[in-house]
Design a protein around this ligand. Structure first.
Ligand SMILES: [Zn+2]
Length: 369
């Protein structure tokens, strides 16, 4: 568990449960995307499934590394791909499992939620079978906010009365959106908060993965990541620095009341290319959801930039002159309002090109000198 960076509080809370032999059977890991929740869940599962955990030098409980469970534990990779693991008593439940469901209707459906059938077949049924290594079972439900209410209600019964055969069952729900879970689910879980990672962890990651990037791109990337290695990786994988270089100068011009042509289409082209690449790589992904996610990313890119510009503008203002400060900040607050409106329209299945053009036109209208 010590290998998990930047989450000392969460790790302390989890290992303390093991040391006190009071591990709650229902766990909820919540916090921003890409800060190590899944990696921590896997490491916690490894510790829970270990047959003879040891006490390390710091007095914490740690997996032994040599028992029957530790030996089958697949330790490859960075530990954050939510795929099937090598361990027979560790079950990862996610929306991608639907691609392997025996029912063709469920298999062929493009997944934007975790269907209740997946919860029944991949969690509830196996939870009542004896564990293969006779030392408990762990279920990790990734992106638990994608469970609809029927799925959450089905899950509730197991959280109420967890099977206790063969060492018991632990269920770990992971989500960046705790608010999307029913209060009855949340109240039955031991909650562990994960926080944005500190700058030095993000810096170290960028040293390793973006060493040849110029200082402007790198500082943009660090601001965009906002303490999430998942976001930093996403930005690098999809060349979002290029998005920033092309789109953000257009928004700077817009904020100064000098709109340039082509900004809407430039946004739309990048959103579409991202979504197409995503659907190609993730077979079961829905095109509609990919478009929305990509557009959401584009909007976040613009608002992150606008907030940074506000900070710069505010620092340059004379504190004795509130009117001047107001005038300097207004373009950026206006821009953020318009981007937020565009983002809200995403939910109503609006055409992407119209959405981007509409955003640029409405912001340009409001910012005309
Ligand atoms: Zn072990």
């Amino acid at each position: 568990m010590d290998a998990i960076l930047g989450q000392p509080r969460a790790i302390e809370q989890l290992t303390a449960q093991v040391s006190a032999q009071r591990v709650h059977h229902a766990q909820l890991f919540f916090g921003p995307q890409g800060v190590g929740k899944f990696t921590a869940a896997r490491a916690f599962a490894r510790l829970l499934l270990c047959h003879s955990p040891e006490t390390d030098l710091t007095g914490r409980r740690a997996a032994c590394g040599g028992c029957a469970s530790c030996r089958v534990f697949h330790t490859g990779g960075e530990g954050d791909t939510p795929d099937a693991d090598g361990h027979p008593d560790l079950h990862v439940v996610n929306k991608e499992l639907a691609a392997f469901h025996p029912d063709k209707k469920i298999r062929d459906r493009k997944q934007t939620t975790i269907p209740v059938d997946i919860i029944r077949d991949a969690l509830i049924k196996p939870a009542f079978l004896a564990p293969q290594l006779n030392h408990g079972k762990v279920f990790i439900v990734d992106e638990a906010h994608l469970l609809r209410h029927d799925g959450q209600n089905a899950l509730l019964k197991v959280l109420e009365e967890p099977p206790t055969t063969g060492g018991g069952t632990t269920i770990i729900l992971i989500t960046p959106r705790e608010d999307a879970l029913l209060p009855t689910i949340r109240s039955r879980c031991q909650r562990t908060a994960f926080v944005p990672l500190p700058n030095d962890v993000v810096d170290h990651y960028l040293d390793q993965h973006a060493a040849d990037m110029g200082p402007r791109g790198r500082s943009w990337l660090a601001a965009f990541a906002a303490g999430s290695l998942g976001r930093a990786r996403l930005a690098l994988d999809h060349d979002l620095v290029e998005w920033a270089q092309v789109v953000l100068p257009g928004f700077d011009a817009l904020a100064q009341g000098r709109p340039e042509g082509g900004l809407g289409p430039a946004m739309e082209a990048r959103i579409k290319a991202f979504a197409e690449g995503w659907v190609k790589k993730h077979k079961q992904a829905s095109k509609e959801a990919a478009n929305k996610n990509a557009a959401g990313l584009m909007f976040r890119l613009v608002t992150t930039h606008a907030r940074q510009q506000m900070i710069t503008a505010a620092a340059a203002c004379d504190p004795a002159d509130p009117d001047a400060a107001d005038a300097a900040l207004r373009p950026w607050t206006t821009l953020i309002d318009h981007v937020n409106t565009a983002e809200a329209r995403l939910a109503s299945n609006v055409h992407l090109g119209m959405l981007c053009d509409g955003l640029v036109a409405s912001a340009a209208g409001a910012l005309r000198p």
